[in-house]
Design a protein around this ligand. Structure first.
Ligand code: AMP
Length: 664
């Protein structure tokens, strides 16, 4: 357990940075030309939404196809929300059928670029056909409305096809990011009690083959609910795979005989659409549950406003679909809006460091949505890479995942946006389902490093420990007052945890985000990062407890404390302080072994950057580990308050050793 650290201390470093940001005087107004053509150009949208939120969201819902209209826009029985109560719709119908009934049948829905350079373009007509066929395949395997299907795939078109096929049948999908270990995959499949797993023989990552099928085999050994495994052939001979008769099936074999049409299920607006697991403050990931109507209304509307979507856009969100950003802003939002969405399988530096810029030039991408950690890497690689390519097709840039530092913002603006593209810094979470704080590119004057203000219809506030709203110029905890359409409805099979995690702090009406934030005198929001035990490594959420559990699971480890330390590219990097069991010697090999162990238990994204051995961990008199001090040690700062420490000499020793070890 962590000690309860007041916000001011927890965010001490960020506060200093934020003070510096306050002096940020650069302002970027939308150009008159951009404003003139923008999807949202009337500033009264904020007042209108605040004055009549139900009318406002109902208007957004009118953009979708409903089999039956809702009876009530929202029902808020805090902390339980329902949206578009009584309404009936199907997500795959909205993303496909209604487009193929128009000229969009022949419009590109997905432009896919494989890491080795293959190209595939699926029109809305193609995607419609594939989704219908795969829905019939799933049906044939016994998947019915309400069943769960796990998906463990690389970034290939079969991934959105599988998701939309589930949505067509009313089955819930649980997508597991391909970088997760067999054990992480197993935990998610078992929590979801999935009937079917969809995977591939392998995937490409920087020219090497990721053995997804092998990982899947390892995982399902202990997944009693899995009856069938569908395998996409992606790497062919490059992967040595084992096929289990009766359980495993090739995707292409099943698809060969599948019927071309599968009627979409009429789903209730509040029927679940999917679960997606994310790290919380305990070792067990939470299954965030999203439902049908409110979610689709929320992601479609925000995608349209924030990215200023036009019919002719080529929109590219570089996230992996294994994260919520990919769910909402590669699959559901863009397809609901009939957008052409680009999907890239590989890494930004493969085969060369100009890969992103080459793709933008090749497909004339107009909108790019990526993460600050990627931007910082690009900056480090050098200006020459984007300079080699024609990026003049771009008209709008977005970022997500973590706070963006003003230097990265400016570099993005100057070198990628050619000083002409507005930047939308979008704040949201797996739980929120949709973007909640962001500029509207045709309206908002931006400041480098600020996500600016809550979107129309969103009540975000910054409060102190007692839940009192802090005045402009102050900092505190970011909260959301009142429901929004795409909010999570619960944690799968754990409603109590839903209540305690999000509504335990300030009562049932106030959603606690876990983020610290400040608001400047003009009302702009500046996000400061997590205030709980969740780290943000390259924009991915990992809990300290999850990594600690993986470490103490190793036979050599007696105790472990994990912190996220500031890192110039990743935002945060994982540092682990480990006490070994008696008789176990410290060595460089032991460090590597423990790093590998964490990677095997959770996945490469959780591999600690450094591991430091210590005879003791700094604890309060009541026995709680003082992570703040560990963070001070790891980041080489003057130690904060040590008065509650049981033995202050522990930290001094640690610091002495750590300073030597890290060369600080
Ligand atoms: P996830 O649920 O994995 O998408 O992570 C959500 C968390 O990422 C938030 O709670 C924030 O800490 C962080 N985050 C996401 N977007 C932003 C942003 N634009 N600015 C600052 N932090 C962000």
């Amino acid at each position: 357990m962590d000690e309860k650290v007041p916000l001011e201390q927890k965010t001490e470093q960020s506060s200093k940075t934020i003070e510096a940001l306050y002096r940020e005087e650069r302002r970027f107004e939308p150009s008159p030309a951009f404003r003139h053509h923008a999807v949202v150009s009337d500033p009264s949208i904020y007042e209108k939404a605040a004055a009549d939120p139900e009318g406002f969201w109902a208007e957004q819902a009118e953009h979708l196809h409903w089999y039956k209209k809702w009876e009530q826009v929202r029902k808020w029985d805090p902390p339980w929300a329902q949206w578009f109560v009584g309404g009936k719709l199907n997500v795959s119908y909205n993303c496909l059928d209604r487009h193929v009934e128009t000229w969009r049948r022949n419009k590109a829905a997905i432009i896919w670029e494989g890491e080795p350079g293959e190209e595939r373009v699926l029109t809305y007509g193609d995607l419609y056909r594939e989704v219908n066929k795969f829905a019939n395949v799933l049906k044939h395997l016994g998947v019915r409305r309400g069943d769960r299907v796990a998906i463990y795939l690389p970034m290939i078109p079969e991934l959105p096809i599988a998701m939309l096929a589930c949505a067509r049948l009313g089955a819930l999908h649980t997508v597991v990011f391909g970088g997760f270990s067999p054990e992480s995959l197993r935990g998610r499949i078992n929590d979801a009690e999935a009937k079917v797993l969809i995977t591939s023989d392998g995937g490409y990552r920087r020219g090497t083959v990721v053995p997804l099928k092998q990982n899947a085999d390892e995982a399902v050994k202990e997944c009693p609910s899995i009856r069938d495994v569908v395998v996409v052939r992606r790497v062919g001979e490059a992967a040595k795979i084992h096929f289990q008769e009766g359980r495993d099936h090739w995707w292409h074999t099943l698809m060969k005989d599948a019927a071309l049409y599968c009627p979409p299920e009429e789903m209730d607006a509040e029927d679940p659409l999917y679960t997606l697991y994310t790290s919380g403050t305990t070792a067990k990931p939470k299954g965030i549950l999203h439902t049908t109507g409110g979610y689709l209304v929320g992601v479609a509307a925000t995608h349209r406003w924030v990215f200023d979507i036009r019919e002719e856009d080529v929109y590219w969100c570089t996230a992996d679909i294994g994260w919520v950003t990919g769910h909402s802003y590669i699959v559901y939002g863009p397809l609901a809006n009939g957008t052409t969405s680009l999907m890239y399988e590989g890494s930004p530096d493969w085969p060369a460091k100009d890969r992103f810029w080459q793709i933008i030039e090749k497909y004339r991408v107009t909108i790019l949505y990526t993460a600050p950690t990627a931007i910082r890497s690009f900056m480090g690689w050098g200006d020459q890479f984007p300079a080699q390519h024609d990026l003049t097709s771009l008209r709008l840039l977005g970022t997500v995942g973590e706070p963006i530092n003003p230097e990265a913002w400016m570099w993005y603006h100057d070198h990628i946006g050619g000083k002409r593209c507005p930047i939308v810094d979008t704040w949201w979470q797996t739980e929120t389902g949709m973007i909640l704080i962001s500029p509207l590119p045709g309206l908002t004057t931006t400041k480098p490093g600020s996500a600016t203000r809550p979107l129309p219809g969103i009540e975000a506030d910054i409060v102190d420990e007692q839940g009192q709203s802090v005045p402009l110029g102050g900092g505190g905890y970011l909260v959301l007052k009142g429901p929004w359409p795409a909010m999570l409805r619960t944690i799968y099979k754990d409603p109590d945890r839903y209540v305690s995690t999000y509504f335990g702090r300030y009562g049932p009406k106030v959603y606690f985000t876990g983020d610290g934030a400040k608001r400047d005198t003009e009302g702009y929001f500046w996000l400061m990062g997590r205030v709980d035990d969740v780290m943000n490594v390259s924009g991915h959420r990992i809990s300290t407890t999850e990594v600690e559990s993986a470490l103490v699971n190793h036979p050599s480890v007696a105790e472990a404390a994990v912190i996220g330390k500031a890192h110039s590219i990743k935002g945060q990097a994982i540092s682990a302080f480990v006490t070994l069991r008696a008789g176990v010697a410290t060595s460089k090999e032991k460090v590597d072994e423990l790093k590998r162990h964490v990677q095997e238990k959770i996945g490469a994204l959780a591999r600690p950057e450094d591991i430091f051995f210590t005879a003791e961990l700094p604890k309060t008199r009541s026995g709680k580990i003082m992570r703040r001090l560990l963070r001070d040690v790891a980041e080489g700062r003057a130690l904060g308050d040590t008065t509650t420490l049981a033995d202050p000499a522990v930290v001094a020793r640690l610091r002495e050793q750590y300073g030597e070890e890290s060369g600080a």
